[in-house]
Design a protein around this ligand. Structure first.
Ligand code: CNA
Length: 244
C-alpha cells in the first residue's frame, strides 16, 4: 500500500497532466474555515437539539416551526465571517490556470466564490441569497443574521426564505444540468469532503466517465471503491503540499 506522500505525488501528477478537471465538494472542504459539517465526529449531527438537524433543515419544519428553524439556521448555518482555506484556494487556482471546468458543490456557504472560483454549480443553493416567499424581494445574509426571530419582508410582511434547498425540496434544473455537463466533459473528477450519502447530489458521480476519479475524504464513503486514487486524510495534510 502506498504511503500518504506517494498518494499526494500521484495526485500532483494527475493535476499536472489534467486538461479538464471537475471538482465535486461537500461540507468537509469548509471545516478548516471553521464551519462544522453534518456527519463528522464534531459535526452538527452529533450535537444535541430538540429535533435532529436533518429534520430542522427540512421544508415541512420550515413551514410548521419557523421560529425553531430560524434559531438553528442563524446560529449554525450562517457563518458569515468564515474565510476560504487552502483547499478552496487550490480549486480556484486550477480554474484560473485554465485546468478546471468548475466546481459542483453541495455547500451553501459561498466560500468557493470568495476564494475566486467563477464556475460554481451550487446544487443546494446559497445562504447569501434570501427571498420573500410572497413578493420575492431579496435580502442579504447579514440582514438575516441581524434580525430578531423570524425574518419578515420589509415590503409586505411575509416570511423570508433562504435560497437553500431544504430536505424534501427539488434541485434547480439549470444548476443540475450545468453540473452534469461539466462532469461529463471532465477528464479528471476530484471528490472532496463529502460523505456521498445525500441524493440526488451523490448520484452525479455516476455521470463521470473520464480518466481519473480521485476521492479525498477523512472518513469512508460508499464510493471509495470507485476511486482510481483514494486518499483518506485531512485536507490540511494534503493541499498545502500541492501546486497548480
Ligand atoms: P457531511 O455528510 O457532513 O460529510 C462531510 C465529509 O467531509 C465527512 O465524510 C468527513 O469525513 C469529511 N471531512 C470533514 N472535514 C474534513 C477535512 N478537514 N479533511 C478531509 N475530510 C473532511 O457533508 P456532505 O456535504 O456530504 O452532506 C451534504 C449536506 C451538508 C449538504 O446538503 C450541505 O448543504 C450540507 N452542509 C453544508 C455546509 C457548508 O456549506 N459549509 C455545512 C454543513 C452542512
Amino acid at each position: 500500500m502506498s504511503s500518504l506522500e506517494e498518494k499526494i505525488q500521484e495526485f500532483q501528477d494527475i493535476i499536472d497532466q489534467a486538461k479538464h478537471i471537475v471538482f465535486f465538494t461537500g461540507a468537509g472542504v469548509s471545516t478548516d474555515s471553521g464551519i462544522p459539517d453534518f456527519r463528522s465526529q464534531d459535526g452538527l449531527y452529533h450535537l444535541k437539539y430538540s429535533y435532529p438537524p436533518e429534520e430542522i433543515v427540512s421544508h415541512h419544519f420550515f413551514v410548521e416551526q419557523p421560529e425553531a428553524f430560524w434559531e438553528f439556521y442563524k446560529d449554525k448555518m450562517l457563518n458569515l465571517d468564515a474565510e476560504p482555506n487552502t483547499t478552496h484556494k487550490f480549486i480556484a487556482d486550477c480554474e484560473a490556470a485554465g485546468k478546471s471546468l468548475g466546481v459542483v458543490t453541495q455547500n451553501i456557504d459561498g466560500l468557493h466564490q470568495k476564494a475566486g472560483s467563477k464556475r460554481v454549480y451550487e446544487l443546494h443553493g446559497s445562504v447569501l441569497r434570501n427571498y420573500c416567499t410572497s413578493c420575492s424581494h431579496s435580502f442579504s445574509a447579514r440582514w438575516i443574521k441581524e434580525t430578531h426571530g423570524v425574518p419578515r419582508c420589509t415590503e409586505c410582511g411575509a416570511i423570508v426564505k433562504p435560497d437553500v434547498v431544504l430536505y424534501e425540496e427539488g434541485l434547480s434544473e439549470p444548476v443540475l444540468s450545468g453540473a452534469i455537463a461539466a462532469i461529463q466533459s471532465a477528464d479528471v473528477m476530484v471528490i472532496l469532503g463529502t460523505s456521498l450519502v445525500v441524493y440526488p447530489a451523490a448520484g452525479l458521480v455516476n455521470y463521470f466517465s473520464g480518466k481519473h476519479l480521485v476521492l479525498i475524504n477523512r472518513d469512508v464513503t460508499p464510493y471509495d471503491s470507485n476511486a482510481d486514487l483514494l486518499i483518506q486524510a485531512s485536507f490540511s495534510d494534503v493541499f498545502p503540499k500541492l501546486h497548480v
